[in-house]
Design a binder for this molecule. Structure first.
Ligand code: SF4
Ligand code: SF4
Length: 135
C-alpha cells in the first residue's frame, strides 16, 4: 500500500481546513481499495461506494460528507487503510494534461514541494491505471 505523504500524516491537515476534501468527496476507488476496505470494515462494497456515470466506483457521501468521515472530530475513520487516492491527495493525475498536478482546492497545496510531487507521481499514475482496469 502507498505510504502517506507528510501533509496528510500531520495535524496541520485537519486543523487548517477541517477536512475539506472529505466533504462532497468524488474520490474514485480502485478494485484493491474496494476489497481492502470491505475486508477491514466488514461492510459490503455497496455500503460505502456506488458506480458513477462513468462506470467508476466512487465513495459515498452521507449528509454531505464521506461515509468514513467522523463529522465531529473531522477525522477519517479508516485512516490506516483509506483509499489510495486519499493517501496521495492533493497530488492528482490530470488526464487532460497527462501529468501529475497539485489540486489547488486543498488549502495546504503550497506545502507540497516539487520533490514530493515527483516522488508520489508514480503512485498517482498507478492509481489511474488501476482505475481503468475495472472489468
Ligand atoms: S483539503 Fe488538503 S489540507 Fe484539507 S484535509 Fe484534504 S489534504 Fe488535508
Ligand atoms: S476515506 Fe477518509 S480521507 Fe478519504 S474522503 Fe473519506 S474520510 Fe476523507
Amino acid at each position: 500500500m502507498i505510504s502517506e505523504h507528510p501533509l496528510l500524516s500531520g495535524r496541520t491537515c485537519i486543523e487548517s481546513c477541517d477536512a475539506s476534501c472529505c466533504y462532497n468527496t468524488e474520490m474514485l476507488l480502485t478494485p484493491s481499495d474496494l476489497l481492502r476496505i470491505s475486508k477491514k470494515t466488514g461492510l459490503k462494497i455497496n455500503d460505502f461506494s456506488f458506480i458513477n456515470q462513468d462506470g467508476m466506483y466512487q465513495l459515498k457521501n452521507i449528509d454531505g460528507h464521506c461515509v468514513f468521515l467522523d463529522h465531529t472530530t473531522k477525522k477519517c475513520s479508516i485512516q490506516e487503510f483509506k483509499p489510495s487516492g486519499c493517501r496521495v491527495y492533493p497530488i492528482i493525475f490530470d488526464l487532460d494534461q497527462g501529468m501529475c498536478v497539485i489540486d489547488k482546492f486543498c488549502p495546504q497545496h503550497h506545502k507540497i514541494s516539487p520533490e514530493t510531487l515527483v516522488k508520489y507521481c508514480p503512485h498517482t499514475k498507478k492509481i489511474i491505471e488501476e482505475l481503468f482496469k475495472y472489468p
